[in-house]
Design a protein around this ligand. Structure first.
Ligand code: PLP
Ligand code: LYS
Length: 423
């Protein structure tokens, strides 16, 4: 079931023509399908349950798309939240995610953030280094409580994909090294203010092959067994996120069903353990598009064509940052022969190029285009670079839509700045 499809010659999100949103809200704008978000979450969770995983904690990675309305609808389906800052913990709480379904990850949590999360009753603080373990213990002692900690272990597994989003190799900053995990776990077990619950790993993002997951998860299962063998209690194994999504012309990732079957197979020997997952992209990416208007087509006499849009790298940074490919579709379908062009934004950076030499239908000023698969790491990574107001977001539900983050006015954009009165 695809909720972004051409009907009557025009691209729709569910039952709403994208041209209507462009006319009423303006462009650039992110447009999300509620039904797709809900389906993706349900498919992921149900795949695990059907494969035999009992009561998985599916903690949606808030960073992928952190809009409160999105968090609210996932929370209502039973989703937890994987968070990496106090801001994300606050978002999750504000959206109604109960503390016991919140995971707090990240390599540099501050004292204040740890205190906030502990007071909020998060389910696990994923500790990523020895100094952080000490800090969590200190804060827990000051607050007079026992901190639920899970050790994020770096399994030293290469996940493939773009180097900027690989996290599971020893050279990456994430997690305690495999070799020190047992010692730190034992220290925590003997500490009055620490309650070690288990271990976690997250090896990267947009992973399109099961093999690296399987290699990492097998190591984690071995670690749980050896910790238990040394008499330590391990009740949780958090397997992170990272499952890739189809980005049009790229290798098809494994389905959630294949992923779940592998998880069930690799973990089946472990008894009395709760599995947790932190999927982000697989829930959000294909649930959203970035809708933009063509400002003009600039044709050089030598032949190169630049399609200049009103969306730019500040609205969708993935192509500039990771050379990411997003399918670009005209909102009005046409059979006209394609033309080869570069698609660029108005920002003053050469990197503000969404794609080079892409064959697209003829397009000109005022035409609308949609960047597909933009629901994850799109709006969440947007900025105001070049003093462009933060891109708004719209959620579609059947034949209705709601603006779930408005476009700030220029006055609002400037309002937080305090001009100094220095001479
Ligand atoms: C700790 C952690 N968990 C989960 C995720 C979500 O990853 P993805 O969106 O690839 O599922 C990330 C981002 O890669 C992460 O850093
Ligand atoms: N922001 C990245 C994914 C990073 C995942 C965060 N650990 C992307 O758009 O592909």
């Amino acid at each position: 079931m695809n909720h972004f499809e051409v009907r009557g010659g025009e691209l729709h999100c569910e039952d709403v023509p994208l041209s209507r949103i462009a006319a009423e809200v303006g462009t650039p704008v992110y447009v999300y399908s509620r039904a797709t978000f809900e389906r993706h979450f349900t498919v992921f969770r149900d795949a695990l349950v059907q494969a035999g995983v009992v009561d998985p904690l599916v903690a949606y990675a808030v960073k992928a798309n952190s809009n409160l309305s999105i968090l609210k609808l996932l929370s209502a389906l039973g989703a937890g939240a994987d968070t990496v800052s106090e801001g994300e913990v606050r978002r999750a709480l504000a959206a109604g995610v109960p503390g016991e379904r919140i995971v707090f990850s990240g390599v540099g949590k501050t004292r204040g953030e740890i205190a906030f999360a502990l007071k909020a009753g998060v389910s696990e603080i994923n500790v990523e280094s020895e100094p952080e373990l000490k800090l969590v213990a200190q804060v827990a002692e000051e607050l007079g409580l026992r901190a639920p900690v899970v050790f994020r272990v770096n399994p030293d597994v290469a996940a493939g994909g773009h180097a900027k989003i690989a996290t599971g190799k020893a050279e990456n900053k994430f997690g305690v090294s495999f070799a020190e995990a047992a010692r730190l776990y034992a220290n925590a077990s003997n500490h009055p203010h620490l309650n070690p619950l288990g271990v976690a790993c997250h090896i990267g993002s947009q992973i399109t092959d099961l093999a690296p997951f399987e290699a990492a998860f097998s190591k984690m299962v071995g670690l749980v067994e050896s910790l238990r063998g040394e008499g330590m209690s391990v009740e949780r194994l958090d397997l992170g996120g990272g499952l890739g999504v189809p980005y049009f012309n790229q290798p098809d990732p494994p389905s959630p069903v294949d992923y779940a079957a592998m998880v069930a197979r690799v973990t089946k020997g472990l008894k009395d353990i709760r599995l947790a997952f932190e999927p982000g992209r697989v829930i959000a990416a294909n649930a959203g598009v970035l809708l933009a208007s063509v400002i003009h087509l600039h044709e050089r006499p030598e032949g190169r064509k630049f399609l200049v849009l009103d969306a730019a790298m500040n609205d969708l940074i993935r192509p500039a940052m990771y050379d990411a490919f997003h399918d670009i579709r005209p909102v009005k379908a046409t059979d006209a022969a394609p033309v080869v062009m570069d698609v660029v934004g108005p920002v003053c950076e050469t990197g503000d190029t969404f794609t080079r030499e892409r064959a697209l239908p003829p397009l000109g000023a005022g035409d609308l285009v949609a960047f597909m698969s933009a629901g994850a790491y799109g709006a969440a990574m947007a900025s105001e670079y070049n003093s462009r107001p933060l891109v708004p977001e719209v959620l579609v539900d059947g034949d209705r839509y709601a603006v779930i983050r408005k476009r700030p006015s220029y006055e609002e954009m400037l309002a937080d700045e305090i001009p100094s009165d220095w001479k």
